[in-house]
Design a protein around this ligand. Structure first.
Ligand code: SF4
Ligand code: SF4
Length: 374
């Protein structure tokens, strides 16, 4: 006897995917051209056609357990060939934004980061926290601005480090809850012949990410390879610079400001410039429409703009210090700190999260030997 199953669609998923850059979702008529074109898709049970129909039918549960969603790099090759203009690359990006919100813990944070109306409140949190620390350190006395510009007179590096460590411990715990649920969710119901362990698979994944090997397979939108690499290395370099600077100032008592000729400054400036150039390429291509991928949903723009502002304000703080414009320099430094903490504290809920979910999905794919077919 035929068994009838209810699809039980979640209309909210369809609405949100459309809002986040996947408005073409319903155009798909399941011809499967995209799965044939995609170079990252495995031979067996390939993507993205199946994800398109899951999303059309509002299958949140199935999508939340689908690791293939995260193997897509939004390269746009499938979008170029789709005969219906359904833009599967953009739709999958919008589904991913829904899924990291789905797994977010606490869940209201995921909703807040996806809602433009919540942005002022989200910004207020680091604004108030940094202002309160600065006020308690300086006692509201801004006389230090009348001497040489040294940012540690505004807020000591040790205090920033304390804020960074305490905030990040909490954030990593919250992120772990979501990532753990995701990891459990993507495990196959019947254990297969997993022959690669988690750690070796993770090491290969990290090498893949650093080499941008999968980006390099992209044809339609290969300019993203360079831009993405510049942003990633710029960001990693900036984080290393911040860590080294604090170590130098707190542990070995180097007197601030660190001179321009110091290797830490070199690393910081090169990283800042790399990130700035990479983001300029990304933003320019999206605005001018040259980047045919670029789902221009709110989560994408929020992340891009915040990252862009971090690099710009980071470089500006140094130039304004050299130009000896105290009030402007300290104001820009304050904005820089606010945005840095905005990005870090909200990382598990913003587009930043795709980095963690994708790394896990790639590791899982390595473990079960689910490799691209070509
Ligand atoms: S997204 Fe486009 S190419 Fe892919 S199955 Fe749908 S209509 Fe075909
Ligand atoms: S955007 Fe690229 S990686 Fe993603 S499904 Fe399409 S062809 Fe594959």
């Amino acid at each position: 006897m035929t068994q009838i199953r209810s699809a039980d669609p979640d209309i909210n998923l369809i609405k949100e995917v459309k809002r986040a850059g996947g408005e073409t979702l319903k155009k798909c008529y399941q011809c499967a051209t995209c799965t044939v074109v995609c170079k990252l898709s495995p031979a067996e049970n390939p993507f993205p056609r199946k994800e398109m129909i899951m999303a059309q039918w509002g299958q949140v549960e199935r999508l939340s357990r689908d690791p293939d969603l995260w193997l897509c790099y939004q390269c746009n090759d499938c979008t170029t060939y789709c005969p219906r203009g359904a833009r599967p690359g953009d739709v999958l990006a919008a589904i991913r934004a829904y899924i990291y919100k789905y797994y977010s813990f606490p869940s209201f944070m995921g909703k807040a980061l996806a809602n433009p109306w919540a942005l002022p409140i989200l910004l207020l949190v680091p604004m108030i926290a940094i202002f309160a620390m600065m006020y308690s350190f300086t006692g509201g006395n801004v006389a230090f601005m009348e001497t040489e510009i040294v940012y540690s007179k505004f807020l000591p590096h040790g205090w920033i480090e304390m804020m960074f460590i305490s905030g990040n411990i909490l954030i990593f715990l919250f992120a772990f809850v979501g990532l753990w649920k995701f990891w459990k969710g993507i495990q196959p119901s019947e254990p297969g012949s997993s022959s690669v362990g988690f750690i070796p698979a993770l090491i290969i994944t990290v090498k893949d990410i650093i080499s941008h090997m999968r980006f390099s397979r992209c044809e339609a939108n290969n300019a993203r390879f360079l831009a993405h690499a510049l942003v990633l290395f710029g960001f990693i370099g900036a984080m290393i610079t911040a860590g080294l600077a604090v170590m130098a100032l707190v542990l070995i008592d180097l007197d601030p400001p660190i001179p321009l000729t110091h290797p830490i400054k070199w690393l910081g400036n090169i990283s800042g410039l790399a990130g700035f150039v990479g983001l300029t390429i990304l933003v320019f291509r999206r605005i001018t429409g040259k980047d045919k991928v670029g789902a221009n949903g709110y989560p994408d723009w929020l992340f891009l703009v915040m990252l862009y502002l971090v690099f710009i304000t980071g470089l500006l703080t140094q130039f304004l210090r050299l130009a000896d414009t105290a009030y402007i320099a300290y104001s820009v430094y304050y904005i820089h700190l606010v945005i840095v903490f905005f990005l870090l504290w909200y990382a598990p809920y913003s587009k930043f999260a795709h980095m963690f979910y994708r790394s896990l999905a790639l590791t899982h794919a390595r473990m079960i030997k689910r490799e691209p077919r070509s």
